[in-house]
Each structure stands twice: as structure tokens, then as C-alpha cells.
Write a new protein. Sequence first.
Length: 139
Amino acid sequence: MRRMSNGWTLEQIARDLLISMHSLVESTRQIFKQERVKNRRELAAKLGWKHEQPLNHREKWLARAREREEKVLPLILEGLSVAGIGRRTGMRLGLITQVAGRIYQKHGLKKGEGRRALGKKFGVELKRFGERGSEMTVT
């Protein structure tokens, strides 16, 4: 409990106590159950801990997903292709496609509506690839 209250990660705690991650995770689950909380943040708030608590695995994953979406959205609105976004960000093409799909879904676009419909929602007219003229015009 002291190590958790000081903001240590589970990995740090397991290493310091020389116990397996599995044992530590089970122990923390028992603590959460006894204290009637869902996670470390709730436990910290309940017990008045001063130190910032680290993100758990799911929270880290969601934070990374949000960061990727924040990178990709403006590049889509700039009119870049998936390959262009890949060159600009260093992200894999499959990952960019997944991120773009989540962005389209968040903005209520149906499958196949794509970047032009997204641009319309943001007041940006995106030309089709191969059309003459600039890739983007603001309306």
C-alpha cells in the first residue's frame, strides 16, 4: 500500500518486493474489492493519497489511441493519403487505417463515406485524388 500511495508502478513494486506480477495484480484486486473501489485512482481519492497514480494498461492504451487520432485527424483534413500520413508520422499503414476508421466512426460517418465526408463536417472541401487543383479548399 505504501508503494502504491507513493505512485510506484506495479512493475516497480513487483521488482522491489521480488514477487511476480500475477501475485501483485491479485493482491491489488483484493485491496480494491475490500475498499470497494474499481482502480488505483479511486483508491487514491478515497484514502487521500497525494502522489499522482500511474496509468494502468488500458488507460495507457486509450491515451496512445487519442494521441494517434489527434495526429491523424489534421492530416486527413489536410488531404493527405494514408501513405502520405505514414510518411509524415512514421506510423504503419494498417495502423493509420484503423485510426482513421475510429475517427470516422466518432464523427458518425458510415463505412465508405471517408475523408471527403469528414472534411465536409469540418468545413473543408477535399478533392478526390488525381483531380486537378489543390487537394484542399476551405469553405
